[in-house]
Write a protein that binds this ligand. Structure first.
Ligand SMILES: Cc1ncc(COP(=O)(O)O)c(C=O)c1O
Length: 386
């Protein structure tokens, strides 16, 4: 028997109330009961997105909703800007190239932010750009982009701002309408506290105009079909939805509302800060800028002389703790703690404790308990329940 802890940035742990909702008898999707669930979920998501825009629901992982953004907005030959600083930025590049976009790539080093001034310059240089694609939280590095500043720049042009907030939404403040985000993609399995399988997009009026003008072939991910079904007498989805996951999402949204969105963000601030302080107290280097709002993921540089792959495998196999390794170019060079969604102070304590034991076993000169002491001091200052 090995007790398991899921301390990764997706999938993330699921609260018992949400698991219980998922275990209810399966409902039919063309029935009033399901319409009530879908309507509640969409209303709840709008409050988390902080938007009055349409929110569409798809049965897919987050990448499906990313692809839906490209096929609904970008015709072959359309020029787009992709600001990429990690594995998921690269996914925007790949998706846009796959669908025939003419891509202006702003590629940044892993561990850095996209620079709004570069986006402004690229938009001025290419006034025909139809959309700018970027991540809010780049999960592969833990870095949070400045979506407010990017939104300000893009909103002064005809281009749309398309944000992948798959690991950001619900963990850090993201004001879809106020920050001029035209399309915002999210997934169920991160801060929204549901198993993988649901993806969401919030779509602005400006974006709908481009959808209407874009006649790419599309079927399952056709946003217009999704909007029409949502707006019918009884809200539905065009095809069989993931009914049990939606029941789970409804329960998770209730938990978020009970806690209060501001308190949810503050809890994430505390967890992120404790994780960063815990790493620093151990003499470890953080990967990426020191950002008090980058609270979905903490990426830590693998210390010299330590085998990065062994950190995660030892944590998993000996202590039952799933941490995330580096992805793509960062494989073996960083390891990551996820703390978006159903996470509390005790999860961070477990994670940091296991980190100390694993690093010690791999030859790092650990200062015993230093990470825990640093995290505890952060938690003691918290004004919200953790
Ligand atoms: C920022 C970001 N974008 C995209 C994805 C891809 O989502 P999925 O694996 O659900 O398709 C992830 C998943 O880790 C992510 O964190």
């Amino acid at each position: 028997m090995l007790k398991r802890f899921l301390l990764t940035p997706g999938p993330t742990p699921v609260p018992p109330e949400v698991l219980a909702a998922m275990a209810e008898p399966v409902m039919h999707h063309r029935a009033p009961r399901f319409t009530a669930v879908l309507t509640d979920v969409v209303a709840g998501l709008k409050s988390i997105y902080q938007t009055g825009n349409d929110v569409l629901v798809f049965a897919s992982s987050g990448t499906g909703a990313m692809e839906s953004a490209v096929v609904n907005l970008v015709a072959p030959g359309d020029r787009v800007i992709v600001a990429s600083a990690g594995k998921f930025g690269e996914r925007w590049l790949q998706l846009n190239r796959t669908w025939g976009a003419d891509v202006v790539a702003l590629e940044y080093e892993y561990g850095t932010r996209a620079d709004p001034a570069d986006i402004e310059r690229a938009l001025a240089e290419h006034p025909d750009v139809v959309a700018v694609f970027v991540q809010s939280s780049e999960t592969s590095t833990g870095v949070l982009n400045d979506i407010r500043a990017i939104g300000e720049v893009v909103s002064r042009t005809p281009a749309l701002l398309v944000v992948d907030a798959i690991s950001g939404l619900g963990a850090t403040d993201l004001r879809t309408d106020e920050w001029h985000v035209d399309v915002c993609v999210a997934g169920s399995q991160k801060a929204l506290m549901v198993p993988p399988g649901l993806a969401y997009v919030a779509v602005s009026t400006k974006a709908w105009k481009k959808v209407e003008a874009t006649d790419n072939p599309r079927y399952y991910f056709d946003w217009t079909a999704a909007r029409t079904k949502m707006a019918g007498d009884s809200a539905q989805t065009p095809y069989t939805p993931a009914v049990s996951l939606l029941a789970a999402q409804n329960a998770a949204i209730r938990l978020i509302h009970e806690e209060g969105l501001e308190n949810v963000f503050e809890r994430h601030r505390m967890l992120g800060r404790a994780c960063r302080e815990g790493a620093r107290a151990q003499g470890l280097s953080l990967f990426g800028p020191d950002d008090p709002e980058a609270n979905s993921v903490t990426a830590i540089v693998v210390p010299d002389g330590v085998d990065g792959g062994r950190i995660t495998s030892l944590a998993r196999d000996k202590y039952g703790v799933w941490l995330a390794g580096g992805q793509g170019a960062m494989k073996g060079r960083i390891f990551r703690f996820g703390h978006c969604g159903y996470f509390g102070a005790s999860d961070i304590v477990v994670g940091l404790s296991v980190m100390e034991m694993v690093l010690a076993e791999l030859g790092y000169p650990v200062r015993w308990g230093a990470s825990l002491a640093a995290a505890e001091q952060v938690f003691m200052q918290s004004t919200v329940a953790l």
